[in-house]
Design a protein. Structure first.
Length: 222
């Protein structure tokens, strides 16, 4: 059963030193979890988009890393980073431009700021919502895209043990708290498929992805 606990990074101002340090920690956590590779692999099964929206995309560094894996086969993509705060830096925007992509931000509540896009993605984001809110979010996604990919924490004892040990990597107290909270709120089995709206001709794929992740992909039949 999923257990939701508020994550500290969501409560801190963007410019708080602990928040800044925790966002740096997340770069390492994403690499250890292979989130960029998993996301790029799942996205490669989707048709090349014109517009890609990343929900809860934060500073955009995660999606930039994914873009570097896909740009050779996906030219001229417009990335929309959807987050409560606009914290995408100039260097990150320049990184997208160097790939022939563009990057814009849409700040605000995800239910209000979510744009129409060929592909919508979410990395370590869906687990912040309880099932009722998540069902509402997935319904909104269905109305705005034809392909959705999410890479989330896997909810199991092995991942929970690893989360308790992130302090060994030099991560700060915010990251340690949030890593444990993320796993407890993570997904297993067909959790997301059960919440996905019925009908509409969608093909769903959901599975564990080593070492600590859970990948969900939904694509509308043409």
């Amino acid at each position: 059963m999923r257990v939701l606990v508020p994550e500290l990074l969501d409560l801190l101002p963007a410019n708080d030193p602990r928040a800044i340090r925790s966002r740096r920690d997340l770069v390492l956590i994403n690499a250890i979890m292979r989130q960029q590779a998993l996301m790029a692999g799942a996205l490669s099964r989707c048709p090349p988009p014109r517009i890609l929206a990343d929900l809860g995309g934060g500073d955009g560094l995660f999606m930039l890393s994914v873009a570097r894996r896909l740009a050779k086969h996906w030219p001229n993509v417009q990335v929309l980073i959807v987050d409560r705060q606009d914290i995408v830096g100039r260097e990150t925007r320049a990184g997208f431009e160097a790939l022939g992509w563009s990057c814009e931000t849409q700040a605000g509540d995800v239910f209000e700021a979510m744009p129409d896009a060929d592909i919508i993605t979410a990395n370590l984001f869906l687990h912040h919502f309880d099932d009722a809110a998540l069902s509402r979010l997935l319904t909104a996604i269905v109305a705005r895209t034809s392909c959705f990919v999410a890479c989330e924490p896997r909810r199991n004892s092995f991942a929970l043990l690893a989360a308790h040990l992130v302090g060994v990597l030099g991560c700060n107290d915010v990251t340690l708290h949030d890593a444990v909270a993320s796993v407890k709120a993570g997904f297993a089995g067909q959790d997301l498929s059960r919440l996905w709206p019925q009908g509409g001709g969608w093909r769903l794929a959901e599975a564990a992805a080593l070492p600590f992740s859970h990948v969900f992909r939904a694509q509308r039949d043409v």
